[in-house]
Design a protein around this ligand. Structure first.
Ligand SMILES: [Zn+2]
Ligand SMILES: [Zn+2]
Length: 795
């Protein structure tokens, strides 16, 4: 149960965020504090216990100290109990688990009087094994008599699997297992599926983009197989706060889902500060990088300190003041760097405090996690550096301050991470520290995008043909697909089935479509991405370190690449695309590598277009051709050691994109001369990609762009931004829909940046295949402003 104990700590005094903030912003650091926002306290909205809850479930909750409900728990539990699909989208630590556990446990207890002892079952899905293990611990902690719960994942021993299938009432697992095991082997699961009453989908905001499309297809397959056994389970979803959670959940499940969004849990007041790191002193020490492999693009010294260095200093200040704090960084390597730098600072001023700083990288054993929790509770650890993996694993309730080093991806995650601070009876502090990135720069200068707006909507496209086709094949392998099944999979299903038949993957018979091959259909689909994957194998041990999708393999793990995997550095000695393996040796050679590539695109067709005066904006299908041609080796200071050619095949990605065209003469009138168009378009494209997360829940690694001074299909200067996944992921479509907003924030960011000719905080991109050449910051502002002058006033 994720209801935090809201009893005031007897041993620690109240926390004063104003005093802490004043200390952080003392002296010459004052200008770095850009904005302070007060989030008011919220009183609890209590609700009575529903009378349908089984007395043994009530007794179990009361036994753990939970004797009252918050309004959203009651609302969601009532809806689910009545058989309505429901999604709860309320804040961190608002006790969402109770909202689904009340109906689920009640059904399981009531079903335990059946002759089989299993009159009802429930399936709990979470994106990670760790979260499923945590939920199991919670259910076991409740110890409701007669409830048998078990986790079931890739590590579950064979002998236990059978027991779980035959006897467990509540199975906690992940979508991958449903895809690879439960559905293909549904006959073995028949007794479980026949009684399936509830399907709980936790952390459902995670299923966005391509992963979201996969889950949507998977849930349709699950519903179909359940129907075969006469079951139609109620879906209960839990999400972080997202815009339109009902819409998101309805797309995922494919059935109407009722949203519950009124958070009835109490909240203490929070002070939320936006912070811009200081500029680098000339001749000062080299800055810590936020994410190795992302910085040192231009070879020029960045204009300001990295978010990691800055957050390390702020964390040291807080630890010195005795304020228990957590600092979130974006990568594991960033976490290590932050903790190390913080300890080093403390060693100079308060050596005895250096040991009170720890790094948490996730992937820890349960006993290690419990030890860390103990150290936090007793105050032995005052400062913790962590990736957001912390969301899935340890209990850190009771901290007073949160530092966020770099934009965590979405407003929803920002609030989720900020919400990790706080204890009963006292205010808390959250500080967002901007990284060297256009989006971060924009945020600290425009507080209204954080505080004045609802969180973003989650993007997913259940009809993505590249995702749906293999799922249709898998569905046919589970149970022949019938005419009446097609509606469930959307209007594109029939065309995809025809194509699968033409390719010999399915066979059409009078009563349906059948799997026509001898292998397993589910083995052809990876839920976590689309397309083939390349394994990274350690040369010495033969151990598979991880996988990279083939599209990224060319640029990230080519022969000679320096690749950081889970915080460890490797050098790739050979990339073999025929076997799908990259052989790597461990060790840091002291330089980083940057792949160089050439890209071009064809327009397959515009689905929608709009004209803004002479500017034509379109959304549709494109084919992007990319070839990685060479890589650079660079020292941490930016110095180039050499350029090395690579022989890799051209790759073509068919996907969705947003693009716009501008006449050359009109650009000249707007102050962008013909010779400046390549640099202006390229800079506008980079900045636009950097700002995409404000309009769609993408991150910059999900999207790419190509700009050209003369596109063969349009005959005009064209800027194009595309979804980096086959078939598209919904991001480009959102950008098209919010085109005016997107371009405005992009232009404003570039214009407001204090650099002279472009920096990582505005127009430089960490993933540019062209070494950030050419880039013309000033011309990009003129180009974007000219386009915006024709924006319809209603956008
Ligand atoms: Zn700049
Ligand atoms: Zn570029």
């Amino acid at each position: 149960m994720s209801i935090p104990a809201r009893t005031a700590s007897a041993t620690r005094p109240g926390f004063d965020p104003d005093a802490a903030l004043a200390r952080l912003a003392a002296g010459d650091r004052a200008p770095r504090l850009r904005h302070v926002h007060e989030v008011p306290a919220r009183a609890a909205q209590l609700a009575d216990w529903p009378d349908w809850v089984d007395p043994s479930v009530y007794a179990a909750c009361a036994g753990t100290g939970v004797t009252s409900l918050w309004s959203h728990q009651r609302e969601a539990a009532d809806l689910a109990h009545a058989g309505s699909h429901v999604v709860m989208a309320t804040g961190t630590a608002s006790g969402k688990s109770l909202g689904y556990l009340l109906p689920v446990l009640t059904a399981l207890v009531e079903g335990s009087t059946a002759p089989t002892g299993r009159g009802a079952t429930a399936l709990y899905l979470s994106p990670t094994k760790a979260l499923a293990a945590d939920q199991l611990a919670r259910v076991q902690g409740l110890a409701v008599p007669g409830v048998r719960a078990a986790t079931y994942d890739g590590d579950t021993p064979t002998e236990e699997r059978r027991w779980i299938r035959d006897h467990a009432q509540l199975v906690l697992t992940n979508p991958d297992l449903v895809h690879h095991s439960l559905l293909p082997l549904h006959e073995r699961w028949a007794p479980f599926l026949r009684r399936l009453r509830y399907v709980v989908i936790d952390e459902c905001h995670v299923y966005r983009g391509v992963f979201g499309s996969h889950l949507a297809a998977l849930l349709r397959r699950l519903r179909r197989v359940c129907a075969r056994y006469g079951a139609s389970p109620t879906f209960v979803l839990a999400s972080a706060t997202v815009r339109d959670p009902g819409d998101h959940a309805t797309k995922l499940v494919g059935l109407p889902v009722t949203p519950v969004t009124g958070d009835g849990s109490p909240r203490e007041a929070m002070t939320f500060a936006l912070w811009e790191p200081g500029t680098l002193e000339p001749g000062g020490a080299a800055p810590l990088v936020d994410d190795p492999g992302e910085v040192d693009l231009s070879g020029e010294t960045p204009a300001r300190r990295s978010a990691t260095s800055e957050a390390a200093d702020l964390l040291a200040e807080l630890v010195e003041a005795g304020v228990q704090s957590v600092a979130f960084a974006r990568s594991r390597a960033g976490v290590e760097a932050l903790a190390t730098s913080c300890r080093r600072t403390l060693e100079e001023v308060q050596p005895h405090l250096a040991g009170a700083v720890a790094a948490y990288r996730g992937g820890y054993l349960p006993e290690e996690r419990r030890e860390l929790e103990r150290a936090l509770r007793t105050g032995r650890i005052l400062g913790l550096a962590a990736t957001n993996a912390l969301e899935l694993g340890i209990d850190i309730s009771g901290l007073d301050a949160v530092l966020l080093a770099g934009w965590p991806g979405t407003r929803a995650s920002l609030w989720q991470q900020a919400g990790r601070a706080g204890r009963a009876g006292t205010r808390s502090l959250a500080v967002f520290v901007a990284a060297d990135d256009p989006l971060d720069t924009y945020v600290v200068n425009h507080p209204e995008v954080v505080f004045g707006q609802p969180v973003e909507s989650t993007v997913l496209d259940p009809g993505n043909p590249h995702v749906l086709a293999p799922h249709l094949a898998a569905a046919a392998a589970e149970l022949p697909l019938r005419e009446e099944d097609l509606a469930m999979f959307g209007p594109g299903a029939r065309g995809l089935l025809d194509a699968l038949v033409a390719r010999g993957i399915l066979r059409r018979r009078p009563h349906g479509w059948f799997w026509a091959r001898s292998d397993r259909a589910s083995d052809h689909v990876s839920l976590r991405g689309a397309g083939d994957v390349v394994g990274i194998v350690e040369k010495r041990t033969g151990r598979v370190l991880g996988t990279v999708d083939e599209a990224s393999a060319h640029s990230q793990i080519h022969t000679g690449a320096v690749h950081v995997h889970q915080g460890d550095t490797y050098v790739v000695t050979e990339l073999d695309l025929t076997t799908g393996t990259a052989t790597a040796v461990r060790g840091d050679p002291g330089w980083s590598t940057f792949a160089q590539s050439v890209s071009a695109f064809d327009i397959v067709g515009a689905q929608r277009s709009v004209t803004w005066g002479p500017v034509e904006v379109s959304f549709g299908t494109v084919r992007v051709h990319t070839q990685v041609t060479s890589f650079l080796r660079r020292l941490p200071g930016g110095e180039v050691l050499g350029t090395h050619p690579l022989e890799l095949p051209q790759r073509t990605l068919t996907t969705k994109a947003v693009w716009w065209t501008m006449p050359v003469g009109w650009l000249a009138e707007a102050g962008v001369a013909e010779v400046d168009i390549p640099g202006a378009a390229h800079a506008a494209e980079h900045a636009g990609i950097g700002m995409m997360p404000l309009v769609a829940t993408s991150d910059r690694w999900d999207i790419g762009g190509v700009s050209t001074a003369l596109h063969p299909d349009t005959g005009l200067p064209t800027i194009m931004v595309y979804d980096g996944h086959p078939g598209g992921a919904g991001f480009a479509e959102r950008a098209y829909e919010a085109f005016g907003t997107w371009l405005t924030v992009t232009r404003d960011t570039v214009q407001a940046c204090r650099c002279e000719t472009g920096c990582p905080a505005c127009v430089q991109s960490p993933k540019c295949g062209n070494g950030n050449e050419p880039l013309d910051k000033a011309a990009a502002v003129r180009l974007l402003s000219a386009v915006l002058r024709h924006a319809p006033s209603t956008d």
